[in-house]
Design a protein around this ligand. Structure first.
Ligand code: NAP
Length: 484
């Protein structure tokens, strides 16, 4: 059980789409763990809302099953699970109709934090926002949480922002990117800005290049129809990878608060140079041994959608001029692994001879598996035989350094939901950030579409198309191994 928890005030969390996949797999099991950690004080309630006709008892039974399936080892704690389920309620509501809203309004309690999680298709966001106001359910202190995809281009993102802005102030809108809720991602900020050691080296004088890899072993699975209209660029790069890039590249904010951090991230996105086509590799996974390729999975034998992308980006500012940021993400890769690697420059002059001179410091930040960080440093290999140098990791895996409790960190969703309740937007995307990210990615995607760009095929279980290896090879560099 997690010991270091910050108390929160009593709250009501309404989950629109409370019967959906995301609610059952992530949100509700996450809330159960927060309940166990003592973060659902007093009379706090969770209210599921969707069109399905069911009562509280049926909703509780559904959540019980979901927690048993997705809740991990904590779900064995039947007594606490029952107590948690008693905090659950359900209202049958159609976002597009007026039925059920008066009932939801009647459930609301004065002076309690109200948060509304829009775990539904974005096409329903406007209807929900409008009815929350028409039925006087939301007030100026209420918060809404919205899920990706936040638009599919700049135009649709602007329209979505405008729809929400018609009813909610920006400081009430929590655009979730669960990558920002990961422990290691926040630790990246702690390491950068809480130590004197790294920041002086965090620039083009000392950093050779940066790699960000998010590799999955799964294919598109049951999301084929959605994914085929999206692709890796929209599904992963525009949000998750760009957010990671921002945290790595941003200037130190003057304070650790929502707007200071988000102002600095926005500057990074705006400083990204427009992409050159030969700095991008698109891939699509080929048929594997099972005969299933991407096109079979999405049931579209003429699909040109990418399931892999690698790109070399540049940030045009004083700190990063000349330092390539290599980004790569793909499905059906050789291992499930997400890592940011800061590769430092070679020594200006080495006093050691031959091969012994070619060692590099690398700071590696692992998001999954085994969240943690290590810093590769060069030392002398112990024992006789002269000055033989060897690279060893200074391992900062939390569980090893801080004891077993440290490995028991909240899942990204849990942490982010609690930030919503606390009213802390630091780890959520602001509307202008999302729009700036689309403004950068739109011309790239439109270029592919206008040229009918055909992605390169790659073998399932590989590191992506060979052209991706060449992207670094041409620069005299290589990708780090994708290790699970
Ligand atoms: P889902 O399984 O299809 O669930 C959709 C939910 O919305 C259901 O509870 C559905 O219940 C409800 N719903 C549909 N139409 C409605 C209406 N008119 N009024 C009220 N409720 C309605 O979808 P999901 O996978 O949970 O995804 C939800 C959102 O999160 C989507 O925007 C998705 O892109 C995003 N997201 C999902 C994941 C994930 O892992 N699943 C990850 C990232 C982002 P009824 O049919 O009973 O109304």
């Amino acid at each position: 059980m997690v010991s270091r928890v910050i108390p929160v005030d009593p709250f009501d969390l309404v989950i629109f789409g409370g019967t959906g996949d995301l609610a059952r797999r992530k949100i509700l099991p996450g809330l159960f763990r927060r309940f166990l950690a003592g973060q659902m004080p007093g009379e706090s309630r969770i209210i599921g809302a969707a069109r399905s006709d069911m009562d509280d008892a049926a909703f509780r039974a559904m959540v019980h099953e979901a927690i048993k399936e997705f809740g991990g080892r904590e779900s064995a704690d039947e007594a606490h699970l029952r107590a948690f389920l008693n905090r659950l309620h359900y209202v049958s509501i159609d976002a597009k109709g007026d039925g059920g809203w008066a009932q939801l309004s009647g459930l609301m309690v004065e002076d309690r934090i109200r948060a509304f999680y829009f775990s539904v298709a974005p096409s329903l966001f406007g209807d929900l926002a409008e009815r929350l106001h028409t039925f006087e359910i939301a007030n100026k202190a209420s918060r809404i949480v919205v899920e990706k995809p936040f638009g599919r281009d700049l135009e649709t993102a602007r329209a979505l922002n405008a729809t929400l802005a018609a009813h909610f102030d920006e400081n009430q809108i929590y655009r979730i990117d669960h990558y920002l809720g990961k422990e290691t991602v926040q630790n990246l900020m702690a390491v950068r800005f809480g130590n004197v050691l790294f920041e002086p080296l965090w620039n083009n004088h000392y950093v050779d290049h940066i790699q960000i890899t998010v590799a999955e072993t799964v294919g598109v699975g049951g999301r084929g129809a959605y994914y085929d209209k999206s692709g890796a660029m929209r599904d992963m790069v525009q949000n998750h990878l760009m957010q990671l890039l921002c945290l790595i590249a941003m200037e130190p904010p003057s304070q650790f608060n929502a707007d200071s951090v988000r102002d600095e991230k926005l500057k990074v996105i705006r400083a990204l140079q427009p992409m050159e086509n030969h700095h991008i590799v698109r891939g699509q996974y080929d048929r594997g041994k099972d005969g299933q390729g991407y096109r079979n999975d999405v049931e579209n034998d003429r699909s040109f959608t990418e399931s892999f992308i690698a790109m070399k980006c540049h940030i045009a500012n004083w700190r990063w001029a000349g330092v390539p940021f290599y980004l790569r993400t793909g499905k059906k890769m050789k291992a499930r692994s997400s890592e940011i690697a800061v590769v430092f420059r070679d020594l200006g002059h080495s006093i050691f001879e031959g091969d012994e001179a070619r060692h590099r410091n690398i700071l590696s930040i692992r998001l999954q598996p085994n969240e943690g960080m290590d810093l590769q440093v060069t030392i002398k290999e112990p024992g006789p035989g002269g000055m033989r140098l060897v690279d060893v990791p200074l391992d900062m895996t939390f569980a090893d350094a801080l004891g077993p409790d440290a490995a028991d960190v909240p899942d990204a969703y849990e942490r982010l939901i609690m930030d919503v309740i606390r009213g802390n937007q630091t780890l959520f995307m602001r509307g202008d950030e999302v729009e700036a990210a689309w403004a950068w990615t739109d011309p790239i995607i439109k270029g592919w579409e206008s040229r009918n760009d055909v992605p390169k095929l790659y073998e399932p279980g590989s590191a992506g198309p060979d052209d991706s290896l060449m992207l670094l090879h041409r620069d005299g560099r290589r990708w780090r191994d994708i290790k699970g």
